[in-house]
Design a protein around this ligand. Structure first.
Ligand code: DX5
Ligand code: ZN
Length: 216
């Protein structure tokens, strides 16, 4: 499986977001990871559909929109209309029947639907809906902020998931060149990565380092 790197703009300079996104696109990013936070599900607030709509005009890369919000059903349409290519909701915020209904609604709209789970949420919670989603996003930090340390509990979860799931497995939180190899060895193939890429001037080198670490 090809390893994809998804820079998370949470650690970008929001005063010049378009420039930051173009910079990581030139640097070899495979998609743009956009963290949407509501101040309820997570203790932080970021952006809504209107910003995604303008990001859409700045890049040709797929937009990977990670919804860390309560009752995500209320906003899914808006984020689809804004130009999302991938939409992830958290299992902690929606019922199993809600996920099934949502996945049916998104069929034919050209959007990949993903399910995410927090470090403390057992893999068993998402098993009933693995057939209803296009990918899984395993959190390797408690969501809310960039720049946190990778939690090793994610490794066994990725491994367990890979043993029963053929689709894309993304991992998000604290990814750097040191742990990239481990998460890929366990079965992840999409690496969302914020501070490691955006907190350095040479984003191309940072992305290459993640990719190379994952390859070795
Ligand atoms: C955490 C977000 C992540 C975060 C990753 O709540 O979902 O996408 O931005 O940033 P780093 O790589 O700095 O942990
Ligand atoms: Zn994220």
């Amino acid at each position: 499986m090809r390893i994809k790197v998804a820079p998370s703009i949470l650690s970008a300079d929001f005063s010049c977001l378009g420039k930051e996104i173009k910079d990581v696109e030139r640097a070899g990013a495979d998609m743009i990871h956009i963290d949407v936070m509501d101040g309820h599900f997570v203790p932080n607030i970021t952006i809504g559909p209107v910003v995604v709509k303008y990001i859409r005009k700045q890049t040709r890369l797929p937009l990977d929109v990670h919804l860390m919000i309560e009752k995500p059903q209320r906003f899914i349409n808006d984020f689809v209309d804004a130009g999302s290519d991938m939409l992830t909701v958290h299992i902690e915020t929606i019922s199993l029947s809600g996920i099934k209904a949502q996945s049916l609604k998104l069929k034919g709209r050209g959007v990949k639907f993903g399910i995410s789970l927090n470090p403390n949420t057992p893999l068993a919670r998402i098993k009933p809906v693995l057939g209803n989603v296009d990918f899984v996003l395993v959190m390797s930090v408690n969501p809310g902020f960039g720049g946190q340390s990778f939690m090793p509990v994610a490794l066994s979860k990725i491994k367990g998931l890979r043993s029963i799931y053929d689709g894309d497995i993304a991992v998000d939180g604290g990814i750097n060149e040191k742990n990239a190899k481990k998460v890929v060895a366990c079965g992840a193939n999409i690496l969302a990565c914020g501070s490691y890429i955006f907190n350095t001037k040479d984003r191309k080198l940072a992305i290459e380092r993640i990719r190379n670490a994952a390859r070795r």
